[in-house]
Design a protein around this ligand. Structure first.
Ligand code: HSE
Length: 302
């Protein structure tokens, strides 16, 4: 068994507008997670969530490690988990997917269990419940992922060069469970058709570089209209981003982060989103990110 491993795992943005529960993209904002043999059990957390996340058996990353050890039939020695978090919590940027995926990939290396990426993906999805976050967190890039019975079927969407994500990250947190509670159980056929077409268009225009189509391709009728109730300023921020030249704009995952896609004028778009948020009295900050073509990966091993 290895003595210590450290992995880095990217943030993820799910849905990208219309691709509800089936499309996600990794971003170059990373958490790192180390597992090392130690004299006694210990969890250390710095950065995002340092004061809020549990450091005992309730910790979601530690629970993922336990699941992997059980799956691989390994005894767990006294160990220390160290998390350095850059991904903001409960903002729609895949922080829990990152914690789970980071722990699974690190534990797989630590225990030399050599599980396939698909097996890790399956375990992660069982724990996290959102394949559109865990798939890009493991695989990197932009991923379409669907369930076929118990199986997760996934494929990468090639991304055009130079894509920049302008994030407006509100100061308030929004639990995914809350953001799903506002969604209806049934949808109208016209709304389903609206999203099916745009999801197909989105994958195609990303793959072929037709960035001029992103404005329409990132529209959604299945979840954002309902989630507006939880974040009324959303529409004003969308409009500000598009007016400032964004190629497309959407709620990142279940929100509340808003993500505008650009290839240039990113600072102008960020400025416009901050202004709109200021007018709407929504405190928050902007940040630029690029797609991460790397999913969770080893950065150090002893
Ligand atoms: N597709 C999920 C949702 C993502 O929108 O609820 C959760 O991160």
């Amino acid at each position: 068994m290895t003595r210590a491993v450290t992995v880095r795992v990217p943030a993820t943005t799910a849905n990208l507008g219309p691709g509800f529960d089936c499309l996600g993209m990794a971003l170059d904002i990373y958490n790192s997670l180390s597992i090392a043999r130690s004299d006694s059990f210990r969890i250390d957390i710095s950065g995002e969530g340092a004061g809020a996340l549990p450091r005992d058996g309730r910790n979601i990353a530690y629970r993922a490690l336990l699941t992997l050890a059980e799956e691989a039939g390994r005894e767990i020695p006294p160990l220390r988990m160290t998390m350095k978090n850059e991904i903001p919590l409960a903002r729609g940027l895949g922080s829990s997917a990152a914690a789970i995926v980071g722990a699974l990939v690190a534990a797989d290396l630590f225990f030399d269990s050599n599980l396939s990426r698909d097996k890790l993906l399956e375990i992660a999805e069982e724990i996290e419940g959102h394949p559109d976050n865990v798939a890009p967190a493991i695989l990197g890039g932009c991923i379409v992922v669907v369930k076929d019975g118990p199986r997760l079927v996934h494929a990468p969407v090639p991304l055009p060069p130079g894509l920049v994500a302008v994030l407006f990250i509100p100061d308030f947190a929004l639990a995914t469970i809350e953001a799903r509670r506002v969604l209806p159980q049934q949808v109208k056929m016209a709304d389903a058709v609206f999203n099916v077409g745009r999801t197909a268009l989105l994958a195609t225009c990303l793959a072929t570089g037709r960035l001029d189509l992103l404005r329409v391709a990132t529209q959604d009728a299945l979840h954002q209209p309902w989630r507006k109730a939880l974040f009324p300023a959303m529409e004003a921020l969308f409009k500000a981003a598009l007016d400032a030249g964004a190629l497309g704009v959407f709620l990142s995952g279940a929100g509340p982060t808003i993500l505008a896609l650009t290839t240039h004028d990113s600072d102008l778009v960020a400025h416009a989103m901050r202004e709109a948020a200021h007018i709407a009295k929504v405190p928050g900050c902007t940040r630029l990110a690029r797609p991460s073509m790397q999913g969770a990966h080893l950065v150090d091993e002893e």
